[in-house]
Structure formats: structure tokens, C-alpha cells
Design a protein around this ligand. Sequence first.
Ligand code: GLU
Length: 306
Amino acid sequence: MDYQAVLEEVAAHARPFVRQGRVADYIPALERVSADRFGIAVADIHGDVYGVGDWEIPFSVQSISKVFSLALVMAQSHDGHDNIWQRVGREPSGTPFNSLVQLEAENGIPRNPFINAGALVVTDRLQTLTGDASTSMLHFLREESGNPDLAFDQAVADSEAEHGDRNAALAHFMASFGNLENPVPSVIEHYFWQCSIEMSCRDLAVAGGFLARHGLRADGSRLLEAREAKRINAVMLTCGTYDAAGEFAYRVGLPAKSGVGGGIIAVIPGRCTLCVWSPGLDARGNSVAGAAALDHFTTLTGWSVF
Ligand code: GLU
């Protein structure tokens, strides 16, 4: 496979979609990003990386961080023993990512780890396991991406905290059901920090390599059992692209996780991990040009999980 040539064709296809959609503005610090950006990278399972466009420019990972927090919790607790799945479900929610409505009827157990409520539970668990959830994630991402310069974006984290009433409400509500182990202020603080990490398409494609390598890290050591990596990929496929996961599976056919920064990572198990970035979002919160690019990538290569 000539990845470079495929990516160039994908980028040409996606270009007309760049600037469609809206840059997220509900976290004011995200608004300053130019809507013209487009980058895409592929990291194969051997660690070779290819990219085009703005693939080396860092952006706010936002909800893509939820994949890594889940992986770190599963890596440290191995499901079956200390079971995160008793505190968070794995069904699509059919509601917006920051919705409160299901939590009351479902006793404070969020539908899945990729809506905000579920991600807060996972961060809470990571906080208990590590004593410093966001820093342990940053260290992991630096190691796994091979980029020691990865950092939090303080302006984004502060901005989220300032406009964080909804996330605070979700956390307090779950705490009232006994589904948080740590104090609410600490859980939401670590959650905001993890969302604020800045990474490029290159960094994310490389750091997500363990999902394509059935749980093996870049250095060959095991992060997750193969069945655990499979489970994360499965939840990405069914719940990773907000309330559009069905449409995304239909069009792209890959496990993927998007964030309101405009990034999307996608996994082709056994082959490669992709990351695409373009800040203009559709009404559901997924990058318009990013989804078009992944759609075209699987069309050109014929690679999907189906
Ligand atoms: N930090 C964002 C929030 O909690 C994440 C949003 C996202 O990327 O889905 O609102």
C-alpha cells in the first residue's frame, strides 16, 4: 500500500469539505483555531508514519482523550477483576454527549465511557489508580507518541473550567448515586486537563497504535490483552462519534473517536491507526472534512472492519 499516495488523494477529496461546519465555540478558547486547517496521518503497526497537510500541527484532543483514559484504566485493572464496566455501560446513548437525562432513570450509571458522564467515571477511576489522572495520561501519551514535548493547554483547561457547569452537574449527579470515588472538583479538574492536551495527527496516530496492534505498545510490551483492545475498538465503533455512530459506521466502517477540537482517530485492527483533523464540525460534533476523508480512505483502500 502506497500510504502517501492514498493520503494525498484523500486530502484532495476532503479539501472542498474544509470550512464546512462550525468551529466549536462553547469552549471559548477553541474558537481561535483557523477553520482552514486539514491534516491526516497514518501510522502502520510497525511504527512507520505518513501524513499530508497540517498533520504535524498540534490541536486540542478533547474527547479523543477518552479512549486513552479508558485504555489506562483497563490496563491497570484488567476487566473482570476491578471492573469499570459495573460503573459505566457500553451502549450508545442516543443523546448528546453532555446530556443529563438518562442518568436519573439509570441510577447514575452512564451509558458508555465516551459520553461526558462516562468519561468522568473513567477519569475518576484513573485518579484512584494513579493519584494523578491527567499527568499519568500525559506521560503515557508522550511515551507512546515518542513526542516528549506534548503538553496541556492551560488556556483551554481554564476556559473549560470557567464554562464547566454542565460537566460539574454531571459529576455531582453521579456522586449523589455513589458512582464517584473522588471529590467532584478533583475529577472535573483532571477531566478538563486531559481534554486540553495538544497533539498533532502524527502524535495521535502513533499513540493510538496499540489499538491496531491488539494491545501491544510501541516498544512491544503489552498494555492490554487482545480482547481488551478489541473491546475498546468495539465501543469506539458503537459510541465513538457522538450521536452519529451509526451513520459513521455506515459510511466509514471503522472504530473511531472524535473530539470537538475537530480531530478523529480511527483504527484498522492489524494494519494501522489514522488521525484526521479539520476544525469545522457538523451538527453532531464530528469534523465534516475529517469524516469525508475517512470515508474516502476506506473507499479507496477497501479496508474496513466489515
Ligand atoms: N472537554 C469537552 C467537554 O467536556 C469535550 C467535548 C468533546 O470533545 O466531546 O465538553
